[in-house]
Design a protein around this ligand. Structure first.
Ligand code: PNW
Length: 456
């Protein structure tokens, strides 16, 4: 990847952070009253995760968070995005909070503030209490109500010190990877259940957003994962494939949140799979509760063509025939094409088509095959170049008037990368999973210069 030499400066007060998620880093899955989440159940089911790895230990962040706070301080971040494990603070998803679980997050928040770092709390990054799954999970409407109750209770405990609240991380993943292809927890393969789950996730978001705002939260938002979707040719069938994938992945979430309606073409595409009985009068107004910010997770672009349906479960519900084309451009260790222009296109599209609220890139980063040298260095030039190219793309959007307020790199620490287990390393900090030794990668040293200069 070429590196553009022209200097760029970010707006005054721009937020620079790293992001993590509870199940990916914490470990300590039975400590202090925590009960299982759907990810404990899923990872302990043989054949679901690479080498049957689990988050039982992960980065042992639950015990090592003081060291991780110093790493954040070394990185010079102004903000830290982390998620709460719902089954730690409300173990079976009902009723009063578990004080010992809440105390962990309370100590974490205090530690961040001591280091001058702003806590950026996400309520749900995929670890649903197993008890709620057993009661029907996200396809069941009651889960949305349970989520709003959990949000209210935990905000009462942390809201005095944490002003910024994100309800959900990537509802597309929870709904479609979790319930249609089943490659994520809870591992269901039922397209209709996935669509109902998507609706109840967004309803839960809207209910929680209303409650949080009512309790005085300063900043309430949601994080979605967005991909530009291009047809591989200008032919009608390929363009229609791109419309359908863009519909399922991007517009199916953005339209309800920012326009108060489902995209009619997507509802049509899904008509053979599921009706709209689960959408009650008034739900869309709840989902469209005004946002103080929209978080965008950006990794890559999809290029698609119309193909023929393959057998087996797919997360492209009703569009199983679409084929994803690899263009032969450089990829990360995930096999995801490196496409910084896609970030620029995503941010400018939000401003242009949706008149979006203030934006934050809440995740962007890359997995590469990192190695620690005998001298104790991780020379991850590819990750540094990836980040630089994406920071420049974001800056280009800002220069054209997009109200982008901050940027969180995914991720602080190498961690449990969901169905890939520990085989994919996204961290700015290398973790030796045998010894738990942390080593700041070269990309992390470089990132520390950016956060301090607010420029590159
Ligand atoms: C995001 N996809 O997940 C998550 O928010 C993180 O927890 C995760 O570690 C990170 O990105 C890297 O994977 C995604 O298949 C998982 O399109 C899968 C997809 C997108 C995002």
């Amino acid at each position: 990847m070429t590196t553009d030499p022209s200097p760029v400066r970010f707006p005054e007060g721009f937020a620079w952070g790293t992001a993590t998620a509870s199940y990916q880093i914490e470990g300590a899955v039975t400590a202090d009253g925590r009960l299982p989440s759907i990810w404990d159940t899923f990872s302990h089911t043989p054949g679901k995760v690479h080498l049957d790895q689990t988050g039982d230990l992960a980065d042992d962040h639950y015990h090592r968070y003081p060291e991780d706070l110093s790493l954040l301080a070394d990185l010079g971040v102004t903000h830290y995005r982390f998620s709460l494990a719902w089954p730690r603070v409300q173990p079976d998803g009902h009723g009063p909070l578990n004080g010992a679980g809440v105390d962990f997050y309370s100590r974490l928040v205090d530690g961040l503030l001591d280091h001058g770092i702003k806590p950026w709390v996400t309520l749900y990054h995929w670890d649903l209490p197993q008890a709620l799954e057993d009661a029907g999970g996200w396809p069941h409407r009651d889960t949305a109500e349970r989520f709003a109750e959990y949000a209210a209770l935990i905000h009462q405990r942390l809201g005095d010190r944490a002003p910024d609240w994100t309800t959900l991380n990537e509802p597309w993943c929870s709904a479609f990877l979790g319930h249609a292809s089943g490659i994520h927890a809870p591992g269901r393969t039922d397209g209709a259940a996935a669509v109902r789950a998507a609706h109840h996730l967004m309803l839960g978001h809207g209910l929680a957003a209303g409650v949080l705002r009512g309790q005085g939260a300063a900043n309430v938002g949601i994080t979605v994962n967005l991909y530009p979707v291009d047809p591989v040719t200008d032919g009608e069938a390929d363009r229609d494939a791109a419309r359908r994938v863009d519909g399922l992945m991007n517009r199916f979430f953005l339209d309800p949140l920012l326009r108060g309606s489902y995209p009619a073409d997507v509802v049509d595409d899904l008509a053979g799979v599921v009706g709209t009985e689960h959408v009650h009068e008034g739900d869309l107004a709840v989902i469209a509760t005004p946002l103080d910010f929209l978080g965008v997770n950006y990794y890559s672009r999809h290029v698609v063509r119309a193909g023929t349906a393959r057998g087996g479960p797919s997360h492209w519900v009703g569009s199983e025939d679409v084929e994803f084309v690899r263009r032969g451009v450089p990829e990360t260790a995930m096999g995801w094409e490196i496409d910084p222009d896609g970030l620029y296109e995503t941010l400018t599209r939000l401003a242009r088509e949706y008149g979006a609220p203030p934006l934050y890139v809440t995740e962007n980063g890359a997995a590469f095959d990192d190695r620690v040298t005998p001298e104790g260095h991780v020379k991850d030039e590819e990750r540094r170049a990836y980040l630089e190219a994406h920071f420049r793309a974001a800056h280009r959007a800002i220069a054209e008037g997009v109200d982008l307020r901050g940027y969180f790199v995914w991720t602080l620490l190498d961690n449990f990368e969901w169905s890939h287990g520990y085989s994919k390393r996204f961290g700015l900090v290398h973790v030796d999973f045998e010894t738990q030794k942390r080593t700041l990668k070269d990309s992390g040293r470089w990132f520390a210069e950016i956060t301090r200069a607010n420029a590159l």
